[in-house]
Design a protein around this ligand. Structure first.
Ligand SMILES: *Cc1c(COP(=O)(O)O)cnc(C)c1O
Length: 477
């Protein structure tokens, strides 16, 4: 089969996630056939540096035979069994123990799911159930943040704060509120995005971070503490645009939460398993979450598995006072997925990859990435661990482009054409490479990113040829 054969069948039968089906049909998919290390290969023979680790998940890189062997052995031994009816199997039990050893000390239980979205569905049911068991059934509101991503199931969409997702397939789950996000470049730098207030002068990032935490407190007071079950947030927003909050933000949020009796849910689906240079983003920011949804890097994406790490306070209540919790999935703790996740965590540990992100490769990326700020198209270059973003701005004004110009999409397409996967969220360019990436490969990533920025700039300078935005919708996932 050739590329065009796959494209024809793809067009005829395959409805892709987060895709304008018709537009993609006209353009045709890029067919990815195999991969090794940090590189993917398409059906046209192109070798492309995967700056996104698949979809934020292939932390160990591609082609790890140890994970293939773990899956093969487990499939032979026991390809499937459930844990519903007073049964368990070794891979799920071992993985539960490993996760709780790696998690903060107050976290000693895990509920397995098939994905991050299912993990957040579990979160929503669990926090409301917790308060019901505590004799406070009115505590049902969950506060999330605008532009957060918590998955694509009904609960995931509702907890998340993606306006385009909220606009489709509603109504959403009731009693979920959203407060402003700590996105300084987008909303604090020049006062953009403050609803009703118009455009105001730029703000100091730390003051802005405190203001965002104050918005959380205001929302708790507005809803009434007696009605609020939990606050949910990603340590660093991933799909929203690799948004690294100002240093003041999390300490200020912690101070707010300390005043009220509500649960903290930290969505670790991207930040967990080394992305920020610690096993969990919560550790980096010194947070003590009651619940931590996990997925993606848990298995380095080799097989689908997610879960919710449950802190002692909630676990003890569910165990001691709860009776049966009517919740679970056919594939909760799937043995083959669990065996692969277990091996993945063992390899991350044995190879010291999490510390390497914090102490060596993360700082190396940071220094090289920051230098891209000198490029005329780049208004800000930020990174933390192995997640990074570039904010594209109009060199003439230093302000962001009109969204309709589609500059981010243009840059993303030029990246791909130049052999690098870098994603765009609006005009924010994003990377999240495999944790195994070498210094040389980071150099290559930076060179290719700079070449794509140059090419984007050249294209923008061409007279009459305003870049036509790719009709393909940008995926928030
Ligand atoms: C990807 C993601 C999810 C959803 O995970 P799926 O496995 O795609 O269902 C949830 N939360 C965050 C922070 C994510 O990045």
């Amino acid at each position: 089969m050739h590329t065009r054969d796959y494209q024809a069948l793809d067009r005829a039968h395959y409805l892709h996630p987060f895709t304008d089906f018709k537009a993609l049909g006209e353009e045709g998919s890029r067919i990815i056939e195999h991969a090794e290390g940090v590189y993917i290969h398409d059906s046209e023979g192109n070798r492309i540096l995967d700056g996104m680790a698949g979809l934020w998940c292939v932390n160990l890189g591609y082609g790890r035979e140890e994970l293939v062997a773990a899956a093969t052995e487990q499939m032979r031994q026991l390809p499937y069994y459930n844990s519903f009816f007073k049964t368990a199997h070794p891979p799920a039990v071992k993985l539960a123990e490993t996760l709780c050893r790696l998690a903060p000390a107050h976290v000693n239980h895990v509920f397995f799911t098939g994905s991050g979205s299912e993990a957040n569905d579990t979160v929503l049911r669990m926090v409301r159930r917790y308060w019901a068991l505590k004799g406070q059934p009115d505590k049902q509101w969950v506060i999330g943040r605008k532009n957060a991503y918590h998955g694509s199931t009904v609960a995931g969409v509702s907890l998340g704060g993606m306006a385009p997702m909220h606009a489709q397939g509603g109504p959403l789950v009731p009693k979920i509120a959203h407060v402003r996000q700590p996105y300084w470049f987008g909303e604090g730098r020049s006062g953009e995005g403050r609803s009703g207030e118009g455009r105001t002068a730029g703000q100091d990032p730390e003051a802005f971070g405190r203001e965002c935490a104050a918005a959380l407190e205001a929302k708790i007071q507005e809803l009434g503490e007696e009605n609020v079950a939990a606050f949910i947030a990603e340590p660093v927003q991933g799909a929203g645009g690799a948004i690294i909050p100002p240093e003041s933000y999390w300490p200020a949020v912690k101070a707010v939460l300390a005043k009220y009796d509500i649960l903290l849910v930290v969505d670790e689906v991207i930040c967990g398993f080394g992305r920020l240079g610690e096993w969990f983003g919560s550790v980096h920011y010194g947070l003590e979450p009651d619940l931590m949804p996990i997925a993606k890097g848990l298995s380095s994406g080799y097989l689908p598995i997610g879960g919710v790490l449950v802190g002692d306070r909630v676990a003890e209540t569910l165990i001691e006072e709860g009776g049966e919790f009517f919740h679970g999935f056919t594939y909760s703790g799937h043995p083959v997925c669990a065996a692969v996740a277990q091996r993945n965590l063992e390899l991350l540990e044995a190879e010291g990859l999490v510390d390497r992100v914090r102490d060596e490769i993360g700082p190396y990326l940071a220094s090289r990435w920051k230098a891209l700020e000198a490029h005329p198209l780049v208004g800000e270059a930020r990174s933390l661990g192995l997640i990074g973003a570039l904010e594209l701005v109009d060199p003439a004004t230093g302000e962001r482009f009109a969204e309709s110009r589609g500059v981010g999409t243009l840059c993303r397409d030029l990246c791909f054409a130049g052999g690098l996967v870098m994603r765009s969220v609006g005009d924010t360019m994003i990377i999240s490479p495999p944790l195994v990436i070498s210094r040389d490969e980071i150099d290559e990533l930076i060179d290719k990113a700079r070449a794509a920025l140059d090419a984007t700039l050249a294209r923008l300078a061409e007279p009459q040829s305003d870049p036509r935005p790719d009709p393909q919708e940008e995926s928030p996932a």
